[in-house]
Design a protein around this ligand. Structure first.
Ligand code: HEC
Ligand code: HEC
Length: 205
């Protein structure tokens, strides 16, 4: 369904087709009752080196995956596999996987115990500042009040602080965008100090 020929298409045309493909895929996934966690468990041996056992204890700068939203995981792995989200550390890691494989892997991670991976000590002032900024910027309106996410919107509560800060900067600086550009629009005016406070607050829920 998602065969892509980079050499013949420009990136933006590719993205449009990919988005149609992703919408179809997520509709099919929902209709068919999705991937299989047990099959997924057999495909993630190589992932623990960076994302930790069961995706719950990532090394510095890497995202935790355990308990993450299933639909978000499927979409991100497709973006990563197709090179539309450029992560050198993961280049080629997903090439061998078909769409159903990725759905199995997403089913596996989304059914493991949600991560608590802050990776830093809590600082009350920075936490309070981050809480105010999050409220003002409406982060909870998509990520939900407790930041556990929904469907294609990721769980961000207790994610690693360094990863959160890097992800928010990448959206602000247009180095990353997802299936839609909502995060680029949200972050576009944020300062480095806003981002640092938001990442600290979210990492310490
Ligand atoms: C060598 C380290 C490394 C290995 C091994 C690795 N990853 Fe990753 N992964 C990363 C990095 C680095 C990122 C994203 C960092 C960024 O965007 O700044 C990432 C991002 C992801 C994301 C997106 C998560 C999010 O919250 O946005 C998923 C899903 C993922 N990896 C799945 C996998 C799977 C499945 C495997 C095994 C098949 C795997 N990774 C193996 C380093 C790795
Ligand atoms: C309009 C809805 C919306 C709002 C408001 C919103 N987000 Fe998001 N957020 C998303 C979506 C959708 C994604 C997935 C985008 C993608 O595919 O890359 C996302 C992704 C993220 C990620 C990446 C997580 C990961 O694991 O890679 C972080 C971090 C994040 N949002 C934090 C925030 C913060 C902080 C705020 C408030 C300043 C916020 N978001 C406001 C919809 C929203």
């Amino acid at each position: 369904m998602l065969q892509i020929h980079r050499t013949r298409w420009t990136d933006s045309v590719q993205r449009v087709f990919l988005i149609i493909g992703l919408a179809t895929l997520s509709a099919t996934a929902t209709a068919q009752g999705k991937g299989d966690p047990a099959r997924g468990a057999a495909k993630v041996a190589a992932c623990a080196a960076c994302h930790g056992p069961e995706g719950g204890k990532p090394i510095a700068g890497m995202p935790a995956l355990s308990g993450q939203q299933e639909e978000f995981l499927v979409l991100q792995m497709i973006l990563l596999r197709e090179g539309l989200r450029d992560v050198p550390a993961m280049n080629g890691m997903l090439k061998a996987f078909s769409d159903p494989d990725l759905m199995d892997i997403a089913a596996y991670y989304s059914n493991t115990k949600p991560f608590t991976a802050s990776g830093s000590e809590r600082n009350p002032q920075r936490y309070a500042l981050g809480a105010d900024i999050s409220k003002a910027m409406g982060c909870g309106s998509c990520h939900m009040g407790n930041y556990t996410g929904q469907r294609q919107v990721p769980r961000i509560t207790n994610q690693r602080e360094d990863y959160l800060a890097a992800a928010l900067k990448a959206y602000r600086d247009n180095r990353r965008s997802g299936v839609d550009t909502s995060m680029n629009a949200v972050m576009y005016k944020a300062t480095d100090a806003d981002i640092a406070a938001l990442a600290h607050y979210l990492a310490h829920q």
